[in-house]
Design a protein around this ligand. Structure first.
Ligand SMILES: Nc1nc2c(c(=O)[nH]1)N[C@H]1C(S)=C(S)[C@@H](COP(=O)(O)O)O[C@H]1N2
Ligand SMILES: [Mo]
Length: 417
């Protein structure tokens, strides 16, 4: 029989590692069962946090159709909500990479088994495995690229990662339904008998001499994950861990020290913000409201309105977040009151001086406008905003993703969107 020739990968004898076996694959699979489920949920949550159903400007995936069935109004409490959900999403995604690779490695012989399909059911199973493996690699790759490399894929990251997630998770659920009972049994039996004799169909008939035990290989995988955790988690946890977060995003601008010394996403120069345009002569905030009522305010005039403070972080979709910063400015709901919405402030469309780029405008929902901690910030940590952090004025909203905290604000239009 040709497929018994151990020189060919289609032969079980071609694969020599004594590590492969049902127990090894099962442990990794059970870790992924929990981990990927958390990734999927926190990913969907992240999309909801953009308030995509509020206005087209917020929606990076406008053709989602029924896949948006679960959307809800993003709350403003607890104020660190997105910091936690997105920090978890990105950190866990990175930490699971060694587990994913070890899991794929452990089942690679099955990719080559012949015949490719024994029956219709088997053919369907293998197609679902293609979606599972392809979808998984795609989700992890696009995620890492978006965080690390400022993204290099054709097309927008968001729809690719969003649609990919549904494909991947559908295949993942089917796979989990089929395999979880086996995996649980393998782990339980091994614990009862404490033996290594649970080879199953994944084990090679011609094992090489082992260089590491199965348990040791799992520890190595776990060690790699732990290392990634230490190199990543600090970007969202902060504190001393920020210094070990060497994998934190693409070497952004150095924020320096002092009151404005916290992470910058896009600098003023990058966004094409002209100092003339944002200076005291030229810059006016244009606020429009009920029946087109409009006020134009200079920065000095804004500073004479009642000012309020709020300690809030910036939390980016890329997984990094800042510690709480002490923002000071005018409440969004007070600005709404200036243009005719004295009670029950409505939604608002916020637009930046910035002319190009997807994040130059964002819509905020009424619940976000109403929160007394939601500010048009003029100062941070006791000093004027720096140009890179949005001078002359920027939005800051509790619990919202960074993308809704528009910098270099020029115009606010209140009204139901
Ligand atoms: N005008 C404008 N505002 C913007 C952005 C932008 O590109 N342009 N980026 C947003 C994103 S994605 C984040 S995470 C925060 C980052 O704010 P920071 O640079 O002050 O930390 O600003 C938000 N506000
Ligand atoms: Mo961001």
């Amino acid at each position: 029989m040709r497929d018994d020739d151990p020189r060919l990968p289609t032969s079980p004898g071609f694969w020599r590692s004594p590590l492969r076996g049902t127990w090894f694959t099962s442990v990794l699979g059970l870790v992924l069962l929990v981990g990927v489920t958390v990734l999927f949920v926190t990913g969907l949550v992240s999309y909801a946090a953009y308030n995509p159903d509020l206005a087209p400007v917020n929606d990076q995936t406008p053709d989602k159709g029924i896949l948006g069935f679960y959307l809800f109004s993003w709350p403003t409490n607890p104020y660190w909500l997105y910091r936690v959900t997105q920090g978890l999403h990105v950190t866990l995604g990175i930490v699971l990479i060694p587990v994913l690779l070890a899991k794929l490695w452990s089942v690679v012989p099955k990719l080559f088994t012949l015949p490719p399909a024994r029956s219709l059911a088997h053919a369907l199973e293998r197609v679902s495995l293609l979606l599972l493996v392809g979808g998984g690699l795609f989700e992890f790759t696009t995620g890492v690229l978006n965080v690390q490399l400022d993204y290099v894929f054709p097309g927008s990251f968001y729809p690719l990662h969003f649609y990919g997630a549904w494909v991947f998770f559908a295949a993942f659920l089917a796979h989990a339904a089929l395999k979880t009972p086996t995996a649980l049994r393998a782990v339980r039996e091994r614990r009862q008998h404490r033996d290594e004799g649970d080879e199953g169909e994944l084990a090679t008939p011609r094992p090489d001499a082992p260089t590491v035990s199965r348990r040791g290989a799992l520890w190595l995988t776990g060690g790699a994950s732990l290392l990634l955790l230490v190199l990543t988690a600090g970007q969202s946890i902060g504190g001393v861990w920020r210094r070990t977060a060497l994998l934190a995003p693409h070497g952004g601008a150095d924020p320096g020290n002092g009151p404005n010394g916290f992470q910058i996403n896009k600098t003023a120069a990058y966004a094409g913000i002209d100092a003339q345009e944002t200076g005291p002569e030229a810059w006016r905030l244009v606020v429009t409201g009920r029946d087109g009522r409009t006020v134009r305010l200079s920065r000095a005039e804004l500073l004479r309105l009642p000012l309020h403070s709020a300690a809030l972080p910036i939390a980016c979709v890329e997984g990094w977040s800042t510690a709480d910063q002490w923002w000071r400015g005018v409440r969004l709901r007070d600005l709404a009151a200036l243009v005719g919405y004295d009670t029950d402030p409505p939604d608002v469309l916020v637009e930046s001086v910035q002319r190009h780029g997807a994040f130059r405008r964002a819509a905020l929902r009424a619940n976000q406008v109403a929160d007394p901690r939601s500010l048009l910030a003029l100062q941070v940590n006791g000093e004027d905003l720096s140009p890179d952090h949005g001078y002359p004025a920027r939005v800051i909203v509790p619990a919202a993703p960074g993308v809704l905290n528009t910098k270099w604000v020029a115009r606010m239009t209140f009204g139901d969107l």
